[in-house]
Write a protein that binds this ligand. Structure first.
Ligand SMILES: [Cu+2]
Length: 152
């Protein structure tokens, strides 16, 4: 898993209450692209479940937590309508091959080296401001994300 090796080198974390957000990233996207994908890991170090209920970013009109659903031979994505449950003492990755964050109607394409900020809103931990690192195009998350359709 080269992604994990990369994460260790570029580790950055944000904490609020009993929630730790590890290594939030977005993928750089080609000029003109109106959507972008983001990835992160959320750890709940407490003894009570929490839930990621929404995501905000000034860089996009909306940000949703998505899951990939396999239907026959195709993969399509749908929103986590009830948020993302973070079990007590557990960890959830919105990452390649399945879950991800979808930024839609970007104000500007994501570029490596430029800051992207956002806020994760949890049921219990409340608002957690994060800085997303913009990672270059390439690697499996972007490749897998390119495979499914954006409903617009
Ligand atoms: Cu998506």
């Amino acid at each position: 898993m080269s992604l994990l090796a990369t994460s260790a080198v570029m580790a950055h974390e944000f904490k609020a209450g009993e929630v730790v957000v590890h290594h939030p990233v977005v993928r750089a996207n080609p000029n003109g692209a109106k959507v972008g994908a983001g990835y992160l890991t959320i750890r709940n170090v407490g003894s009570t479940p929490d839930r990621l209920v929404s995501i905000e970013s000034p860089a996009a009109a909306s940000v949703q937590a998505h899951q990939n659903i396999r239907e026959g031979g195709a993969i399509r994505m749908s929103e986590h309508k009830d948020g993302v449950l973070i079990p007590a003492g557990g960890e959830v990755s919105l990452m390649s091959g399945g879950d991800h964050m979808m930024f839609t109607d970007l104000k500007a394409p994501f570029k490596v080296g430029e800051p992207v900020t956002g806020t994760l809103i949890f049921e219990r931990a409340g608002r957690v401001p994060v800085n997303f690192i913009v990672e270059p195009i390439g690697g499996s998350p972007a490749a897998e994300h390119a495979g499914h359709k954006v409903g617009s």
